[in-house]
Design a protein around this ligand. Structure first.
Ligand code: ZN
Length: 235
């Protein structure tokens, strides 16, 4: 399938959130011609006990650019601070204007429930920003964008409550590329956080692959309202 008319905008709270949960699926779409853009709302610069947030932020910025490059994606950075992502109107308008510039056909972001407030705030900001971006009466620097066909939510260990895998993407061919992408980040390779990111997400891809009847898969959820099939006769 040629997907050259598709643009995926993956919006994560911290650098690394979107790559670790869905870069394999995004890499697959890229192979089929889609454009891939990451928007990192914060650098996630607060999580390294051995470095100041300023130093670690610079490193995360470089790592995010390197990770994007591995799968042929573009990376954009919002000006917010780790742990202080404001759940306010200005952030919604900021993201709405990015949506108007990038003109995505698909938006991917965090599931609504999370133990991390930046993640839950990202969900709220993004969902409202999609609406604001579509409204002519909402004035930002760019004209309105109404071409978003689908919104998907990633499977993240910090966002588990109520998340149900719904769409499974076979990423057996992309797992090595995913590994190369995510290990651009030191915190995923290991040694910064006690959480075994690489092992967890590789094992999760194997679990979802087993459920999907493939080797590896990445799973996504959709808004409960979208879980509706209309058929002429029962399949
Ligand atoms: Zn995060």
């Amino acid at each position: 399938m040629n997907t050259s008319s598709q643009t995926f905008l993956a919006i994560g709270a911290h650098c690394g959130d979107m790559e670790v949960t869905c870069a394999a699926a995004l890499a697959k779409h890229k192979k089929h011609g889609a454009q891939i853009v990451f928007l990192h709302l914060t650098l996630g610069e607060g999580g390294n006990p051995a470095m100041s947030p300023k130093e670690y932020g610079k490193l995360k910025h470089r790592e995010a650019l390197a990770a994007a490059k591995v799968i042929g994606a573009e990376a954009l950075f919002a000006p917010y601070k780790d742990g202080e992502l404001p759940n306010d109107e200005a952030a919604r308008r900021y993201v709405a204007d990015i949506i108007r510039q990038v003109k995505p056909t698909h938006v991917i972001t965090h599931w609504k429930n999370s133990i991390h407030k930046d993640h839950a705030n990202t969900y709220s900001i993004v969902m409202d920003a999609i609406l604001l971006a579509s409204l002519e009466g909402v004035v930002t620097k760019h004209p309105r964008h109404r071409g978003i066909k689908a919104i998907y939510f990633t499977e993240n260990w910090e966002d588990p409550e109520g998340f149900k895998p719904y769409l499974y993407v076979d990423v057996s061919e992309e797992l090595e590329l995913w590994k190369e992408c995510v290990t651009q980040y030191q915190f995923i390779k290991g040694g910064i956080s006690a959480f075994p990111y690489l092992e967890y997400y590789e094992a999760l891809a194997r679990v979802r692959g087993a459920e999907a009847g493939t080797k590896y898969a990445e799973a996504f959820d959709v808004d409960p309202f979208e879980k509706k099939r209309v058929v002429d006769l029962l399949p």
